[in-house]
Design a protein around this ligand. Structure first.
Ligand SMILES: [Zn+2]
Length: 139
């Protein structure tokens, strides 16, 4: 939601100098508070961001950073709660998965048995083949 692509973020659009003081426009203020906000471009109003090569500060002011972090943790909390309740409220899903696992295990065992008893299987298939052909000659 609060994502501004790097290409769209233009330094000139968010910075201006007034009376030899560099001001920076908060990139999120309008979205969060419904109004543009120009603040002195320094660490009193913006958190430090060493990764930002233009001014070394985050694009959002401290006020917005606070709102964002609250919103983020709240959303995260709710998402986690949702995932948790989903996985707990559906035991039949777990049974279903366990059933599949059991079947896969059984199938695996059968494959192993077949591999170890190749001759028996061959014999069995031969018998079955002949049996079928006695009943119908269509094959
Ligand atoms: Zn702001």
């Amino acid at each position: 939601m609060f994502i501004i692509s790097k290409k769209r973020y233009k330094y000139e659009e968010y910075h201006k100098e007034i009376d030899n003081v560099l001001y920076k426009k908060c990139a999120y203020h309008e979205e969060i508070f419904g109004e543009e906000k120009w603040l002195p471009c320094n660490e009193d109003y913006f958190y430090k961001n060493p990764k930002n090569k233009s001014d070394g500060l985050y694009p959002e002011c401290k006020e917005c950073a606070k709102v964002k972090s609250i919103k983020w943790s709240k959303e995260n909390y709710e998402r986690r709660k949702e995932i948790l309740s989903k996985s707990q409220s559906k035991p039949e899903r777990r049974d279903y998965v366990n059933g599949i696992k059991k079947k896969q295990k059984e199938r695996g065992m059968f494959t192993k048995w077949r591999r170890e008893n190749k001759d028996k299987v061959k014999e069995y298939n031969k018998l079955r083949y002949h049996k079928k052909h006695k009943i119908s000659n269509k094959e």
